[in-house]
Write a protein that binds this ligand. Structure first.
Ligand SMILES: [Zn+2]
Length: 239
């Protein structure tokens, strides 16, 4: 009979990715936030959280806060890193647009053999981030501030799209916001914010701008994303 942990299932991998995303964003790792982020019911999430505890990936405090075990954290980092690498591969090598790539990577990552993964690493192994600005080597995340917090006249560089829900990525791409873009805040009111760059004016709603991390000068104070921003997308949020 086999010993040790059972082989990780696809569903467990999805949950570990979500938990790691909460962890990276500085949001509380709770079943409620997982349910919100994955748009699943509380009983469904609670059952899977129980399974992850039983299989040794996470533990839960008396106050229900979730933490990774050491090996669970290593597993989560490996899964997240591989997801971002596949996204980079699909964008740079295959030519999948960056606003479609997250969902494609979700499917591919569960079907990939170790041999194919080695080819992926060989082709995009030098890349630092996924096409949405998230570090492939997790832990090397540059701190940013929400675009929504930036003042009129501030110079900004788009660092990261925190929420990878496909409809949200389509909206951002359509409106000209993408990682690496340099610009200046040219207008801002209660509803929208405008980034002016060499490519023109990009106007997005303030609620979407909550999900875009930038480096700004002058910079507003650092702030953790709002939990409501987890659920902007129709589909699952992404990471
Ligand atoms: Zn990504």
């Amino acid at each position: 009979m086999a010993t040790g942990k059972p082989v990780i299932t696809e569903a467990e991998e999805e949950y570990l990715q979500t938990l790691f995303w909460l962890f990276e964003a500085g949001l509380p790792m709770t079943a409620a936030n997982v349910a919100r982020a994955m748009q699943l019911s509380a009983p469904t999430v609670s059952e899977m959280i129980g399974r992850l505890v039983r299989d040794g990936y996470i533990s839960r405090d008396a106050d229900r806060t979730i933490s990774f075990t050491d090996s669970g954290r290593a597993d989560a980092e490996r899964i997240v890193s591989r997801h971002r690498m596949i996204e980079r591969f699909l964008t740079d090598v295959v030519g999948v647009p960056w606003d479609d790539v997250h969902e494609e990577a979700e499917h591919l990552e569960h079907a990939m053999t170790p041999r194919f993964e080695a080819y992926v690493i060989a082709s995009v192994g030098d890349a630092l981030t996924c096409p949405h600005g998230h570090p492939i080597k997790v832990g090397e995340r540059i701190d940013g501030v929400p675009l929504a917090d930036c003042d009129l006249g501030a110079e900004v560089k788009i660092l990261r799209l925190e929420n990878e829900a496909e409809d949200l990525l389509h909206y951002l791409k359509h409106n000209g916001i993408e990682p690496g873009l340099d610009g200046e805040i040219a207008a801002k009111d209660a509803e929208t914010i405008t980034v002016r760059s060499a490519a023109g004016d990009s106007v997005v709603t303030i609620s979407v701008a909550e999900t875009v991390s930038v480096i700004a000068d002058p910079s507003p104070p650092p702030r953790i994303a709002l939990p409501e921003q987890l659920v902007l997308g129709q589909h699952r949020y992404g990471r």
